[in-house]
Design a protein around this ligand. Structure first.
Ligand SMILES: [Mg+2]
Length: 366
C-alpha cells in the first residue's frame, strides 16, 4: 500500500459564547478550530487525523505531501523518522501518525485498540473543565456532572487564591474525586502571561490540596521540562503528581520516569508521541508503577486516538472535556456522532481504525 495524496481542511466551528481557556490566559476563544488531514492511499483507504488549530491555523498540506507520498502507511518506523524531520522545519506533526493507524485499522477491518492488544471494555471518564469560574457557578457545574454519573471532576487553578474554589467544591461534594490542573507546563501567550510557580510554591499548593483531601492528582504545577523540580515536589507531598501532556517525543517522557518525577504520565498522542510511542511510554511507565492517563483536549479526532491508546493499555481514566461553551457537540462537530459519556463511562466503538467518520459538511469552512 502506498500513500498517494494529502488533503488539509481548516475547520472552524463557532462556540456558543466566549470560552476562556486557562492555557491561553486572558483570551476569549470564540471558535473551535482544527486542521483536518486526509491521507489517501492507492487501495482506496483514506486515513483521517487532525491537529489543534488557532486563529486560522497553519497550512502545510504541500510539505506533508512531499514527505509522505509513496510511503507505505504500515511502515510506522519510516513515517516517524519523516515526521521528526518535519518537526525540524515546521510544525510538530505527531498527529499525522494517527492517520496511519486509521489506515492500518481500516485495512485490517479492526479498531486500533484491538490491533494493539486491547479489548472493548467501557472506560471510566472524568469531567474536565478548561476555565476558571466563581465557586457558586462551579458548584452548579459539578452538580450537573454528578447527576450525569461522573465520578470525578478536574478543576483549573492558576493562582494560589483559586484553591478556594477547590475547597468550596469539596465542601459541597465531600466524597467526589477532584483532580486539579495548574496549567504551568506550557501556555499560549497571546494576551496575558500567567505566573510560573517555584518548586517551593508548588509544594505549598500541594500541601493545601492535601488538607482539602481526596485529590486524584495535581497536574502540571511546574514547567514541562523541569524534571528535577517535579521530582522534588513529588517527594515532598502525598498528592499524586501528573504531567507530560505536551512534552515532545518518548525521550522526554522517559526523562520524567528516569527522575522519578511523576505518579501519572499524560502524553497526548496527537501532541506528544503519536500512537506507537504512546504505547511504548505506557509500558515503561507501568514498569515503574506510574499510571498512564493521556491528555485528550484537542478535538474529536485527537480524542478518538487517545481513547484508542487508553483502551489498548487499559488505562484507569479518560479525560472528557466539558465546560460550556466547550461542549462535546462543539469539539465533536467535525465528526458524525460526537462522543458522549453514559453513567460516567465511555464505551469504545467497534468501527475499524480510529472509529470515527468525518462530518463532511463541516469541512472547508472559515
Ligand atoms: Mg492539563
Amino acid at each position: 500500500m502506498k500513500i498517494t495524496g494529502v488533503t488539509q481542511h481548516h475547520v472552524s466551528h463557532p462556540l456558543d459564547g466566549a470560552f476562556y481557556p486557562t492555557w491561553i490566559p486572558g483570551y476569549p476563544q470564540g471558535t473551535h478550530e482544527a486542521e483536518v488531514f486526509e491521507i489517501e492511499t492507492d487501495e482506496g483507504i483514506t486515513g483521517i487525523t487532525a491537529s489543534p488549530s488557532f486563529a486560522g491555523g497553519i497550512d502545510y498540506e504541500e510539505v506533508l505531501a512531499l514527505f509522505l507520498i509513496g510511503e507505505d502507511p504500515h511502515d510506522i518506523e519510516t513515517i516517524t523518522k519523516k515526521l521528526e524531520s518535519i518537526h525540524t522545519i515546521g510544525p510538530r506533526s505527531w498527529h499525522i501518525e494517527l492517520a496511519m493507524w486509521d489506515i492500518i485499522g481500516k485495512a485490517a477491518d479492526k479498531p486500533v485498540y484491538e490491533l494493539l492488544g486491547g479489548s472493548a471494555e467501557p472506560v471510566r471518564a472524568y469531567a474536565s473543565t478548561g476555565q476558571k469560574l466563581p465557586a457558586d457557578e462551579r458548584i452548579d457545574y459539578v452538580e450537573e456532572r454528578v447527576a450525569e454519573g461522573f465520578e470525578a471532576v478536574k478543576l483549573r487553578i492558576t493562582e494560589r487564591d483559586d484553591i478556594e474554589v477547590v475547597r468550596a467544591v469539596r465542601e459541597a461534594f465531600p466524597e467526589l474525586t477532584l483532580m486539579v490542573d495548574a496549567n504551568k507546563g506550557w501556555m499560549v501567550t497571546v494576551m496575558d502571561e500567567e505566573s510560573i510557580w517555584s518548586v517551593s510554591e508548588a509544594i505549598q499548593v500541594a500541601r493545601e490540596l492535601e488538607d482539602i483531601g481526596n485529590i486524584g492528582w495535581l497536574e502540571e504545577p511546574l514547567p514541562r521540562h523541569n524534571y528535577d523540580g517535579y521530582a522534588q515536589l513529588r517527594s515532598a507531598t502525598d498528592i499524586p503528581i501528573a504531567g507530560g501532556e505536551f512534552n515532545h517525543g518518548a525521550h522526554e517522557l522517559y526523562q520524567f520516569l528516569d527522575a522519578d518525577a511523576v505518579d501519572i504520565l499524560q502524553p497526548d498522542a496527537a501532541l506528544a508521541t503519536g500512537i506507537r510511542q504512546a504505547t511504548e511510554v505506557a509500558a515503561a511507565a507501568r514498569n515503574q508503577g506510574v499510571a498512564f492517563i493521556p491528555h485528550t483536549w484537542t478535538n474529536a479526532i485527537g480524542f478518538a486516538a487517545n481513547l484508542q491508546v487508553l483502551v489498548a493499555i487499559n488505562g484507569p481514566w479518560c479525560e472528557f472535556p466539558i465546560d460550556d461553551p466547550w461542549v462535546p457537540e462543539a469539539w465533536g462537530s467535525v465528526i458524525e456522532q460526537p462522543f458522549s459519556v453514559e453513567d460516567g463511562y465511555l464505551t469504545p466503538r467497534d468501527e475499524p481504525g480510529l472509529g470515527i467518520t468525518l462530518d463532511r459538511s463541516t469541512l472547508n469552512t472559515e
